[in-house]
Each structure stands twice: as structure tokens, then as C-alpha cells.
Design a protein around this ligand. Structure first.
Ligand code: ADP
Ligand code: MG
Ligand code: MG
Ligand code: MG
Length: 401
């Protein structure tokens, strides 16, 4: 990475000045680094006089883990920039516009979405997002269909796959989601209060088999260009708008991994409502919204995906085989459910957690919420291959304790 260096705020302002469409000439600009600093720098440059802004994201060549530095290729910034461009072209309202990518400096300059709220935070504040299921199902249907063998040239798809070989970030997923939570590992990070649950996972043979099958799918099924990290921290939302950011884990993988990420994070928040809702009545209301969003995400995704297939299917064998589309969607639902379950379990016993659960202050309530999340997650994993309808996931959430 010749010439690469992490930018200072002054350098970020300097770069921002080269966007005359955003900022007035010789404007007074201010800059704040707003990333969490573990993986990437995120500079927010604003012109106080006009209120206009710009985001400059720069990859760092390491991740901080346990205070130690773990090297990580800055090529992921190229992957993120290219994925954002492809996703923006396929779902223009739902992905920020990219103004510039600089592969040498691992920089992406993009639209400022600071008027939006990170969805995870919005859900913890119990905001209702009536558009979210519709928007995210459009994002998923458009980006997954049109990057797959169903919706694009199969030769171009193979060439594109080469540009999205994301060895190191895939390994993070392979380790943190499909390996470490199911054995003793130094990176696992669970509270003593639920050590019994962690031990039970390691001893649950049927569960280990399902995880092995899901791991195999993640490793081998290059179905579509995935976002790869589609949790509620990678989504900016307002009640009237949805924007998907941060696709640095993008690669060609199984579609259900992205759909499952959305569903898992809605259900993690569902479990967290043990705390975030003040009383039983409001808890019941908000959980109904969350479950309706789980239902809507899948049902609207599958309807939109089928319509795209009927109208834009590229492959006559797939389009003409009777019943093939139904079999495809059945399997996709099962993958979605399995991956959703795996993504829930790792957030309780694995290395990286979610604030929906970890930010619950009361020990007993937090433990109850985590046990609920694990109970739902394990059931999704156990039952994934017998799923026929998203209603089964709703039932699992409603009956889990
Ligand atoms: P990381 O890969 O390090 O998680 P993200 O792309 O998720 O980086 O960005 C980290 C944070 O920076 C986000 O949670 C958000 O607060 C802010 N951010 C990122 N992109 C934008 C944007 N386009 N507009 C406004 N804020 C952004
Ligand atoms: Mg972050
Ligand atoms: Mg992020
Ligand atoms: Mg990221």
C-alpha cells in the first residue's frame, strides 16, 4: 500500500474542498471523526453556514482486538466502494451516493446521512418504522436478484465474483459466527450468568450439525453479491426513509445470509425489549411491530424476488422448469432462518455483541433478555430445514421463554 497513510482531520477537510457541488468556495469547514476507531476512520465534514455535509470513510490497516493490533487488508475499502456503487445503482433510494473512491488511500467519499438515525438505536428508543419492511425487502430483492445467476449474465457474474474475493472479512464471519461460539475459545465473551447456556451449546449435537451445514453454505454457495454485514448498525433509518451503509464484508455468498441478518437483529431487539419497553402493554405493542416487520421483510422480499424473476429472469432453464421457483424460495427461506439463528447466538456468546442486549443495565433483566435471544436463536437453527413459512419464526418468538 504505497503512499497510504491515515488522514488527519485537516487532510479530510482539504479533500472535501474538492467537492464544489457540496461546499461553497473558501467556505469555513469543520470536521469531526465519528467512527468508533476500531476498523475505519469516518470523517464528517460540515459547512456550518449552509448545514451541508460530506462523509469520508477511510479503512485502517488493522483492527484493535483486546488492545492488540490485528492486521487487515485495506483492499476492503475498494470492496466497500464498489459494493456501494452496485447497490446504489440497483436501489438508488436505499443506498448513499458515492462521490469518489481512492483505492490507494482506502477512501470512500459519500453522501452525508447524518439526518438519519442508526436503526439499532432507533429500535432501542422504540421508534416505529412503518416503511422499513418495504424498503429493506426492496433492497434485498434488487441487490440479490440482479447480482445472481438468475438476474445477470452468468459469465459477467463469474468475473464480478473475482472482484469480490474478500478473504479476511469472510474469515472473520467464518470464525466469529460459524465456529467460536460452539467451542471453548478465548474470544468468546459471555457473562458468567449464562455460562450454562454456552456449555449447553457446545454439547448440543443436533445444533452443531446444523451449524456445520450453515458454515458449509457460507463457504461454498456464491449465489449473489451480499452486503455481508447487514445488521441494524449498518442501516440508517427515519420513519420515512431507509439507507443501507457499510458493505465492507461484501462477497459472493448465500442470499439467506443477508436476509437472515435483518431478521436476527429485529429479533435481538425483540429480546432486548425486556428492558427497553417500560411496561407490559408497551412491550407487547412494540414487539408486535417487530414481528410484523420480520413477517413483512420475508413476505415482501419473496413477492418482489418472484416478480423480478418472472419479468427479468435471464436463464430459460431456471425460468421454464415447473416448480423450480417455489423450490428455490423454499430453500431460501430455510437458509434465511438458519443464518438468522446463527447470527443471534453469536451476539450472546461470541466475540462481538449488540447494544440491544449488552446496554441493559439491570443484571437480572439483561440475563433474561440474553436467555430469550438464545432460546429463539437456537430454535431457528434447530428447525431451519423444516421451515415452510415465516409464520413459524413468529410462533417461535411468541412462545420462547
Ligand atoms: P464501520 O465499518 O467502521 O462500522 P460504518 O460505515 O458503519 O463504519 O460507519 C461508522 C459510523 O459512522 C456510523 O455508525 C455512522 O454513525 C457514521 N457514518 C457512516 N457513514 C455515514 C454517512 N454516509 N452519513 C452519516 N454518518 C455516517
Ligand atoms: Mg463500527
Ligand atoms: Mg458499521
Ligand atoms: Mg463495517
Amino acid at each position: 500500500m504505497p503512499g497510504y497513510h491515515p488522514y488527519s482531520e485537516a487532510e479530510a477537510i482539504e479533500l472535501a474542498r474538492s467537492f464544489p457541488d457540496v461546499f461553497s468556495p473558501e467556505a469555513e469547514l469543520s470536521c469531526r471523526e465519528i467512527g468508533d476507531g476500531n476498523l475505519n476512520l469516518v470523517f464528517h465534514i460540515t459547512e456550518p453556514a449552509t448545514g451541508k455535509g460530506l462523509i469520508i470513510k477511510q479503512a485502517l490497516p488493522y483492527v484493535k482486538v483486546f488492545g492488540e493490533s490485528w492486521p487487515l487488508s485495506i483492499d476492503r475499502a475498494r470492496i466497500e466502494g464498489e459494493a456501494l456503487r452496485i447497490q446504489h445503482a440497483l436501489a438508488p433510494e436505499l443506498v448513499p451516493q458515492v462521490f469518489l473512491t481512492d483505492h490507494e488511500q482506502a477512501i470512500t467519499v459519500m453522501e452525508d446521512l447524518s439526518d438519519h438515525v442508526i436503526l439499532r438505536k432507533g429500535l432501542m428508543d422504540r421508534t416505529v418504522y412503518p416503511r422499513f419492511a418495504g424498503d429493506i425487502s426492496t433492497f434485498l430483492a434488487q441487490t440479490l436478484f440482479f447480482t445472481s445467476d438468475l438476474g445477470m449474465s452468468q459469465q459477467e457474474k463469474k468475473l464480478r465474483q473475482q472482484a469480490f474475493v474478500n478473504v479476511e472479512l469472510c474469515q472473520i464471519t467464518e470464525d466469529l459466527i460459524f465456529d467460536e461460539p460452539y467451542r471453548e475459545h478465548e474470544r468468546n465473551n459471555y457473562e458468567d450468568a449464562i455460562a450454562d447456556e454456552a456449555a449447553a451449546l457446545r454439547a448440543d449435537g443436533a445444533l452443531l450439525t446444523e451449524i456445520a451445514l450453515l458454515r458449509e453454505k457460507f463457504l461454498t454457495r456464491g449465489e449473489a453479491l451480499l452486503h455481508g454485514d447487514l445488521h441494524t448498525g449498518s442501516i440508517f433509518a427515519l420513519p420515512e426513509s431507509t439507507k443501507v451503509i457499510d458493505p465492507e464484508f461484501a462477497f459472493y455468498g448465500p442470499m439467506g445470509f443477508d436476509i437472515g441478518a435483518v431478521i436476527a437483529n429485529l429479533l435481538l431487539n425483540y429480546a432486548g425489549q425486556e428492558h427497553w419497553s417500560a411496561d407490559d402493554a408497551s412491550r407487547k405493542d412494540y414487539r408486535e411491530f417487530l414481528l410484523e416487520t420480520v413477517r413483512g421483510t420475508w413476505t415482501q422480499f419473496s413477492a418482489k424476488f418472484r416478480t423480478l424473476w418472472d419479468e427479468h429472469g435471464q436463464d430459460p432453464v431456471f425460468s421454464n422448469a415447473p416448480g423450480y421457483q417455489d423450490l428455490y424460495l423454499d430453500r431460501l427461506l430455510q437458509d434465511t432462518i438458519g443464518f438468522a439463528g446463527a447470527k443471534m447466538v453469536r451476539r450472546v456468546v461470541g466475540f462481538a455483541h449488540v447494544a440491544d442486549l449488552d446496554a441493559i443495565p439491570d443484571d437480572a433483566v439483561r440475563e433474561r433478555a440474553k436467555r430469550l435471544a438464545l432460546s429463539i436463536g437456537k430454535e431457528l437453527i434447530r428447525q431451519n430445514r423444516s421451515f415452510r413459512s415465516i409464520e413459524q419464526a413468529i410462533d417461535i418468538a411468541l412462545t420462547a421463554a
